[in-house]
Write a protein that binds this ligand. Structure first.
Ligand SMILES: Nc1nc2c(ncn2[C@@H]2O[C@H](COP(=O)(O)OP(=O)(O)OP(=O)(O)O)[C@@H](O)[C@H]2O)c(=O)[nH]1
Ligand SMILES: [Mg+2]
Length: 225
């Protein structure tokens, strides 16, 4: 998190992490499509000709708050290909929260695990504690055949501490839910660490309600799995 007193801005950094081709860039593209004009900046992507992220993608979002402070949320993706490990570590620096985008296909189970361990190592190498870093998990590509079943994912979600979301990022399904869940977790941690309510008058519930409103998310009873 960074605070710029002159510009009256607070910036939060969220990183989409995961194995190659799991749909990290697609998540950012879907957020960019779904979010209203006044909340979003330009989506910057740097890809090779075959759509593989070379360095990172960045989508800046801006939210107003009652306190008058602007809340800027920068969404980053890492490049999933194994060779880009050093870049992933760099992008993770100073992350306030992570959305781990897993690929639901059975054939990708091992790749998910490898990427998860890689993420934990890169966090530690950056001096961040994996146990304290806000994390949500998204199982993407729910539209494909040979995927891990809902029952399996629900069992997995029960065993773990992190909320698990199901998504079809190419259709935009589950994308905003994942982002909002990530923001809720990350904000809770920032509040604990920095006391944003006391320092800046940023009341967590108010900030998150404004975020949900600006993201056009309809309040539903359905939470994460
Ligand atoms: N069927 C299906 N395809 C998807 C879904 N989400 C993403 N894809 C496709 O999967 C491929 C990879 O998506 P990307 O978003 O580029 O994956 P990435 O995680 O950014 O990959 P790297 O940048 O290499 O790490 C693309 O062809 C997407 O269209 C989904 O929900 N369903
Ligand atoms: Mg990508």
């Amino acid at each position: 998190m960074q605070v710029d007193f002159t510009a009256r801005e607070l910036t939060v950094k969220l990183v989409y992490y995961g194995p190659a081709l799991s749909g990290k860039t697609t998540n950012l593209q879907a957020v960019h499509e779904l979010v209203s004009e006044d909340s979003k900046g330009r989506l910057m992507t740097l890809e090779t000709r075959d759509d593989r992220t070379l360095f990172f993608d960045l989508l800046p979002l801006t939210f107003n708050s009652k306190s008058g402070l602007k809340v800027r949320v920068k969404l980053f993706t890492v490049p999933g290909q194994v060779i880009h490990s050093a870049t992933r570590r760099l992008v993770l620096q100073g992350a306030d929260g992570i959305a781990f985008i897993a690929d639901s296909q059975r054939s990708e189970t091992k790749a998910n695990q490898v990427a998860f361990l890689d993420m934990q190592k890169n966090l530690r190498d950056n001096g961040l504690d994996p146990a304290k870093t806000p994390l949500v998990i998204q199982f993407n590509k729910r539209d494909l055949p040979d995927i891990r079943t809902d029952v399996e994912l629900d069992a997995l979600a029960k065993r773990g501490r992190e909320p698990v979301y199901k998504a079809v990022a190419v259709r935009g399904t589950g994308v905003l839910e994942t982002l909002i869940g990530l923001l809720e977790r990350s904000w809770a941690q920032l509040e604990t660490e920095h006391g944003l309510e006391e320092k800046f008058g940023l009341v967590p519930e108010e900030v998150l309600a404004e975020v949900r409103r600006q993201l056009g998310a309809v309040e539903t009873e359905e939470g994460p799995q």
